[in-house]
Design a protein around this ligand. Structure first.
Ligand SMILES: CC(=O)N[C@@H]([C@@H](O)[C@H](O)[C@H](O)CO)[C@@H](O)CC(=O)C(=O)O
Length: 292
């Protein structure tokens, strides 16, 4: 089966932290029309979901499904430290027509696995939808074991994992233990090793800008052309390294601006663009993305 590529949708904000609807629509159009993306992950880390008010989350979910209009797959990240909000959003996006939901592992309070399991079962309980566990230990501090993933998968509505983790030993164990589950890799800079371990696709922030190269890498991998796939990963990693050095979240938007896509700015406490960041973004575009 063809592996799927998803961009993690960014949220365009205005300078005052309000939602810039036109910017979000432009980024979605670029993903559909130019990137030929398979889907979007809406309301994730790259979308600055955890910086947003409840109303802003609803606004973004409405805009994304309206603009995508059935053209691509959509996954709505509804996880929140307020379980009632997660349940509300799960129902809200299901009613809007989102075909899949996802929820970050609950973080901050060092929850026990029983509490985490209860959180997931509650989120899906009253909705007719399918959920991907969003596992991102580097940001949440929450790591799940293969056995714990297995316990969560006992709920048939929990269909897979967005696996943003550099632990490839665990990925191999999970992939082989649950061959029918959907596993989407979350670290763009580690796409190739994730492909080697049999993930079903990938979700990431940098695919907004770099989908063409990532798709070519997936195709090269499927064709068994590992040298080509490795070269493409190397080129992508030069881009990703430069983005991280330039402050990745605002820089993804600044590079989009260089490409003619009006992506707005990030929301505080994320940084506002400085002249140095703008110059860095221009250089990133020129060096790694501009086609001659
Ligand atoms: C922490 C973070 O932002 N991780 C990104 C990656 O795409 C990441 O930006 C990239 O691999 C560069 O490190 C995604 O895994 C997150 C993601 O898809 C999302 O929820 O927005």
């Amino acid at each position: 089966m063809m592996k799927k590529l998803y961009s993690a949708l960014m949220t365009a904000f205005n300078d005052d932290g309000s939602i810039n609807e036109a910017g979000i629509r432009e980024m979605i159009r670029y993903n559909i029309d130019v990137n030929k993306i398979d889907g979007l992950y809406v309301g994730g880390s790259t979308g600055e979901n955890f910086n947003m008010s409840h109303d802003q989350k609803e606004q973004v979910f409405k805009i994304a499904i309206d603009e995508a209009n059935g053209a691509i797959d959509l996954i709505a990240q509804v996880g929140s430290l307020d379980l009632n909000e997660s349940k509300y959003l799960a129902k809200f996006v299901t009613d809007l027509g989102y075909p899949k939901i996802s929820a970050v592992t609950p973080f901050y309070y060092n929850y026990t696995f029983e509490q985490i399991k209860n959180y997931y079962n509650e989120i899906v309980k009253d909705v007719d939808n399918k959920l991907l566990i969003y596992s991102i230990p580097a940001l949440t501090g929450v790591s799940l074991s293969m056995e714990q993933f297995g316990e969560l998968f006992e709920n048939p509505k929990i269909i897979g994992i967005k696996y943003t983790n550099a632990d490839f030993y665990l990925l191999e164990r999970v992939r082989n233990a649950f061959p029918d589950k959907l596993i989407l890799s979350g670290f763009d800079e580690m796409l190739l090793p994730a492909l080697a371990l049999g993930v079903d696709g990938a979700i990431g922030s940098t695919y907004n800008l770099n989908a063409k190269r990532a798709k070519a890498e997936m195709i090269a991998f499927d064709d068994g052309d590992i040298d080509k796939a490795r070269q493409l990963q190397h080129d992508s990693n030069d881009l990703i390294t430069a983005l991280i050095k330039n402050d990745i979240y605002p820089s993804l938007k600044l590079v989009f601006e260089e490409m003619g896509v009006h992506a707005g700015v990030t929301k505080a406490p994320m940084s506002k663009p400085t002249p140095e960041m703008r110059a860095g973004a221009k250089a990133i575009y020129e060096n790694y993305l501009k086609e001659n």
